[in-house]
Write a protein that binds this ligand. Sequence first.
Ligand code: NAP
Ligand code: NAG
Ligand code: NAG
Length: 322
Amino acid sequence: MGLLLKVLIPLLGLGLAVYFYSGPGNFSEEEPCTGVRYRLCAALSSASPPEMLRGKRVIVTGASSGIGEQMAYHLARMGAHVLLTARTEAKLQKVVEKCLDLGAASARYVSGSMESTAFAEEVVKEAENIWGGLDMLILNHIGRSYFNFFNGDVDHVRKLMETNFLSYLAMTTSALPMLKESEGNIVVVSSISGKVASPFVAPYSATKFALEGFFSSLRHEFIIEKVNVSITLCILGYINTENAVRAVSHIIKKAPAPKEECAMEIIRSGALRQRELHYPASTVTPTLLLRDLAPEFLDGLVRNNMRVENIKRPPPARGSGH
Ligand SMILES: NC(=O)c1ccc[n+]([C@@H]2O[C@H](COP(=O)([O-])OP(=O)(O)OC[C@H]3O[C@@H](n4cnc5c(N)ncnc54)[C@H](OP(=O)(O)O)[C@@H]3O)[C@@H](O)[C@H]2O)c1
Ligand SMILES: *[C@@H]1O[C@H](CO)[C@@H](O)[C@H](O)[C@H]1NC(C)=O
Ligand SMILES: *[C@@H]1O[C@H](CO)[C@@H](O)[C@H](O)[C@H]1NC(C)=O
């Protein structure tokens, strides 16, 4: 019976995942709610997400590259106002220019590092100054880490917590008055590593698990206090951004999913006020089902999907104070 359940329930999950997510990959303004995949969209809203975003004021963090950059372009095509942020000014300038070409209602950037919560608050202040309000806050940036055995560097974990976790809280806190007024959306970009641990990402995984705990608790409080601001947690699998592919393509056996579609799914799930996004659903959803049903079996699968022999051991940890 137990074994039967262990097999049947993941299969059922897979079936459901396919039911909801298989369908045309298109998400055009002309055909907003076509196909099986848009069942949810059609059921939940008469307006399609692209139309829902027109004229909305959106902050995207980590927008100079990868998924954040692609989200900026989608939002621009949808006619949103975007405020982009990351550290590298030269890249942000280019992304802003392209957003304007693509039809953004307006596009601006603020450059700086999210290692400081003061900067995180400054970005929100900027939105308040230019727009006097905010509709969607997309928290997406991550600080640089390493893909290897934990090297014992506790300072690195502390810094990564500041960048990947505390800055998300700081931005949420300072944006909340504006988001309450607009009945807006908070979109938190997390990872399968924030739900199921895999080796070689201990510091990163810790920051992503922290996001789930914090934002899921906050979601309860919003409901209790009748704060109509949605919180969408995005659980992403392996995506083909330059940085991710460079870091892990020699270790991870499976092929990455496309960043353009990923970016669109994130915006859609936020606009539709969904609780969680699983992308790509075909791997994320079954993994999450197995997590509680057969954790050791899943751990084995996780390690099996890696070419562990390609990991080079790091030099011994440096002492603290560097
Ligand atoms: N790609 C994947 O396989 C994958 C899988 C699961 C989850 N995710 C999640 O998806 C999100 C985006 O990932 P991605 O692959 O698109 O990453 P990415 O291409 O490396 O982009 C990271 C962004 O964050 C910015 N950033 C880095 N350090 C920063 C700092 N200290 N302060 C402010 N901004 C900083 C980067 O710009 P600057 O360097 O200019 O600051 C860049 O714009 C992340 O939350 C990640 O955890 C990705
Ligand atoms: C998807 O887009 C492609 C090219 O953009 C088009 O040929 C195809 O008909 C579209 N499919 C649907 C279902 O809209
Ligand atoms: C919450 O806000 C959304 C978007 O404005 C709206 O559609 C929905 O009806 C609101 N829900 C409640 C309970 O007020």
